[in-house]
Design a protein. Structure first.
Length: 371
């Protein structure tokens, strides 16, 4: 690869006070491009801000009357003006008429077949669009073998077009002291069981609440359950369920956690739980392991790939199974310490040079292969 590469990136996920897995993915790729000496142009709308200043990285705000116009008119024009040599989309979609190779990132297929929701007409339309975007793309990146199998089956994509490259783990995720200031800011009272993420149905939080309510009384009395995530609509139903289960006073909902505080929140947890019904990757479980928290995760989606033997797997649809796994970790200090060591040992597999670096290698190959 050479430093003459001009990388374009769809950066609409980079918004102040919004934390998403896609945003984390973008940030690590942009960091890697800057470190490699590439010119990187992040395209966004009026709400986008670059979270950090990096050499060679600039933000280009594009105006458009609607999203389809931004995608298919404003963006291709900007790519031509800026002489972009390869373009990375963090979504399943990209500009169909781009003047350079387009690489899509398909983290999962929830936009088509969301777990537990039937939308036959909508799913049929989205599948047709996703097949079109996939066919026109130069390459597709996905986070896990689980997602690759789904993409090949649902979108009719050949194996060689899809590269499995896990999401990069940010360097800030490492064992970090939980300070009094952080505890006070979020109303934490260790020891606590932690979940981090949104409150959407596939995250399976009602079963997590029932599993927590089903823990032995001694463990429940000792450990609060912290459900961290900025989801006001989902919060109301969570609070109502916790109250109906008689554990409302033991469930803490601190809202969105500032990025700078997240490593300490993970590190201070007696246990991290991710009970999802499906995951294209499961970044919070990896972040928790990297910060030294023992992990219980469901046996669904890509989570067995990410967690492997560094955590305890539980049946996502059996509350008793989730509760048993949680109780085992919380009751056995030696077992919990063993999981912490395993998690810390697994985290380096997701270092940026092994993940974001592979994304750059693919982008660089496509750029240099242009006629």
């Amino acid at each position: 690869m050479t430093s003459t590469i001009r990388l374009g990136v769809d950066g609409r996920e980079l918004r102040p006070d919004v934390r998403t897995g896609i945003g984390r993915y973008l940030l690590e790729v942009v960091r890697a491009a800057s470190a490699a000496g590439w010119t990187c142009i992040v395209y966004g709308d009026a709400g986008v801000r670059l979270p950090v200043e990096l050499p060679g990285v600039t933000l280009r705000v594009l105006r458009a009357p609607a999203t389809p116009w931004w995608d298919q008119v404003s963006l291709p024009r900007a790519l031509g003006r800026d002489r972009v040599s390869v373009f990375l989309s963090p979504y399943y979609k990209g500009p169909l008429g781009a003047p350079c190779p387009v690489v899509l990132t398909i983290h999962d297929l929830f936009f088509i077949g969301y777990p537990g929701r039937r939308r036959p007409v909508y799913d049929l339309l989205m599948t047709a669009l996703a097949r079109l975007y996939a066919r026109r793309a130069a390459a597709i990146i996905t986070d896990s073998e689980h997602s690759k199998r789904s993409i090949m089956a649902r979108l009719g994509v050949r194996s060689g077009k899809v590269s499995v490259i896990p999401v990069a783990l940010g360097p800030e995720f490492k064992p970090t002291p939980l300070t009094d200031a952080v505890r006070t800011r979020y109303g934490l009272a260790p020891p606590y069981i932690l979940y981090v993420g949104n409150f959407k149905p596939h995250k399976n939080l009602p079963r997590l609440l029932r599993a927590y309510a089903g823990l032995p009384a001694s463990l429940r009395a000792e450990h609060t359950l912290v459900l961290a995530g900025g989801d006001p609509e989902g919060r109301r139903s969570i609070e109502a369920l916790a109250a109906s289960l008689g554990v409302g006073a033991r469930v803490v909902l601190p809202g969105r956690i500032d990025d700078g505080d997240l490593p300490a929140l993970y590190a201070g947890a007696a246990l991290f739980v991710l009970p999802s019904l499906d995951e294209g990757f499961g970044l919070p479980a990896l972040e928790a392991m990297a910060c030294g928290a023992p992990v219980v995760a469901s046996n669904r989606g890509a989570l067995p790939e990410v967690v492997a033997d560094a955590g305890v797997m539980a049946d996502a649809e059996r509350e008793t199974d989730i509760a048993t796994a949680m109780a085992r970790v919380l009751s056995d200090e030696r077992f919990g310490d063993d999981l912490r060591r395993r998690g810390l040992g697994r985290a380096p597999l997701y270092a940026p040079e092994r993940t974001a670096g592979r994304v750059l290698a693919l982008l660089g190959d496509l750029s240099e292969a242009r006629p």
